[in-house]
Design a protein around this ligand. Structure first.
Ligand SMILES: NC(=O)c1ccc[n+]([C@@H]2O[C@H](COP(=O)([O-])OP(=O)(O)OC[C@H]3O[C@@H](n4cnc5c(N)ncnc54)[C@H](O)[C@@H]3O)[C@@H](O)[C@H]2O)c1
Length: 471
């Protein structure tokens, strides 16, 4: 199948994206029955191989700094530090209790122990540091990325990469202006199964794609507001807030920042962003949709949280439509279990919380993130093609390190990640301006029928935490 807008996409591709696509196009998808699974992933490099050493400072050695030593940051430091030639010089966190576990692990693994710091600028100022891994809450992602690029550092930044449309565009500008690698933590893009799904769809075997349904139907419970308290000892609340408005310390903001517009943008930004990004990738990375409508509310628990418990979104892509259902009120739905993520087990699709359904004129594809894979089914439920996956961090982390050495675009470059993140921002904006359908001018990244919506494209930053218009 060729999407109608494929020519424009082709024209918009950078050389390296084209190379990566050609590489992916050479992949073979799996047609049943019974053949073994596909082999090497697109973008999976041999770490420490004969790749051109393009780092002028230390060609063989990659020196990293971790910024944000919570669960995800620690997982990256653990994974990347096991790759050949990689060392973490700094572990940066503004909370003295965070990061002790990963500090101990790195100290054992590395010739020199990492240094514990609380100010990311120390890592930016250190000539020896090649790249930073940013795993803070979302409202810090853009400013930290832009500042890192300005300091000449490459960046791995977690999803959702930005907290607004404008921020994402500034991140791209900084990456391009300072010629930096900026890889986003949309790790599904490095999964072999994602590449084979894209190949299968591009082959036309699903027919013309007319509709896509993205699910993010998670479990949850009633959200309760918590009273302000003194900040924990050894924790810098003012810096945690960073660019966001100054408010008294509140444990419900600090420890559960997801359902606040100023810090994240809810379950949609947290989990659905992965499925939305994976969907865009397998469809050949379509540009921005023409319009968005998001309804929803606090239906199940009537909690007072800012970001609603449930959201239902419709995107108009012109030649196909896409919906996304996302929320935290369906406890019977299942995120993929360990034996789906890491083993051979297929999920029960109807209760798979994070599945995608891709409807072509000829066939239906079920697709799952977390390494789940994809299956194409016929009317009577027969599986006619499939590719089982594996949790993709094991390809995504080496892909970042490989990019630092080769200076090739990583699998999840900030440009496409920004387009995926915008699906979250557009939907949240539609909800926030009164559940209104918004028309979007993708070229200029502005809404054409709501100034209220345009006012949400860029957050108001606190002094000392502004991202300049000209990065
Ligand atoms: N790609 C994935 O599958 C995946 C999975 C989990 C989390 N994430 C993302 O990773 C990020 C971190 O999530 P987490 O679950 O590890 O959160 P976390 O709360 O466990 O850790 C965040 C850490 O950042 C620190 N921090 C905040 N502001 C800082 C600053 N200015 N400088 C230094 N440190 C700062 C906090 O003190 C905290 O220790 C989020 O963006 C999240 O969406 C991605």
């Amino acid at each position: 199948m060729k999407m109608k807008n494929s020519r424009n996409e082709e024209e918009n591709m950078t050389k390296s994206q084209r190379r990566s696509q050609q590489k992916m196009n050479r992949r073979k998808f799996v047609v049943l029955a019974g053949q073994s699974s596909i082999g090497i992933a697109a973008g999976v490099g041999v770490f420490g191989s004969s790749a051109t050493a393009a780092n002028p400072r230390r060609p063989d050695k990659i020196v990293l700094a971790l910024i944000g030593a919570g669960g995800r940051g620690a997982a990256h430091a653990s994974g990347m530090s096991q790759l050949e030639g990689v060392e973490f010089k700094y572990v940066c966190d503004i909370w003295k209790d965070r990061g002790s576990g990963i500090m101990a692990e790195l100290s054992q693994r590395q010739p020199r122990a990492p240094e514990r710091i609380t100010d990311m600028r120390q890592a930016f100022d250190d000539e020896e540091v090649n790249a930073v891994v940013i795993a803070t809450p979302e409202h810090w992602h853009a400013i930290a990325t832009v500042r890192a690029c300005q300091a000449g550092k490459d960046v791995y930044v977690e999803k959702n990469p930005s907290n607004s449309v404008w921020e994402g565009r500034q991140m791209i500008s900084a990456a391009r202006k300072y010629n930096r690698i900026v890889q986003v933590g949309f790790q599904n893009r490095s999964g072999p199964y994602a590449a084979s799904a894209r190949d299968y769809i591009a082959s036309g075997k699903l027919g013309q794609i007319v509709h896509v349904k993205v699910y993010n139907m998670l479990s949850g419970s009633k959200w309760e507001p918590r009273p302000d308290t003194p900040a924990p000892e050894g924790f810098d609340w003012d810096t945690w807030l960073g660019p966001a408005p100054a408010v008294p310390y509140n444990p419900g903001r600090h420890l559960d920042w997801h359902p606040w517009w100023d810090y994240k943008g809810g379950t949609l930004a947290d989990d659905a962003s992965h499925q939305l990004d994976l969907t865009r990738m397998v469809l050949g990375d379509p540009p921005h949709p023409k319009s968005v409508l998001c309804i929803g509310g606090n239906y199940a628990y009537q909690s007072q949280r800012e970001v609603p418990e449930f959201q239902c979104i419709t995107y108009d892509y012109g030649d196909f439509s896409m919906t996304c259902e996302s929320g935290n009120a369906t406890n019977y739905m299942q995120k993929f279990s360990g034996d789906v993520r890491y083993g051979d087990k297929w999920p029960h699709w109807p209760t798979a919380a994070t599945r995608v359904e891709i409807y072509g004129t000829k066939a239906l594809m079920y697709l799952g993130r977390h390494g789940c894979g994809w299956q194409v089914v016929t009317a009577d439920g027969q599986v006619v093609a499939q590719d089982k996956g594996h949790f993709p961090d094991k390809w995504h982390q080496p892909n970042f390190i490989e990019s630092l050495r080769t200076r090739q675009q990583p699998n999840s470059d900030i440009e496409q990640a920004h387009h995926s993140a915008c699906l979250v921002h557009l939907a949240n904006t539609s909800y926030r301006v009164g559940k209104q359908q918004l028309m979007f001018d993708g070229t200029n990244e502005r809404f054409t029928n709501s100034e209220a919506a345009n006012s949400l494209l860029k957050p108001a930053y606190r002094d000392n935490y502004r991202i300049p218009d000209q990065v």
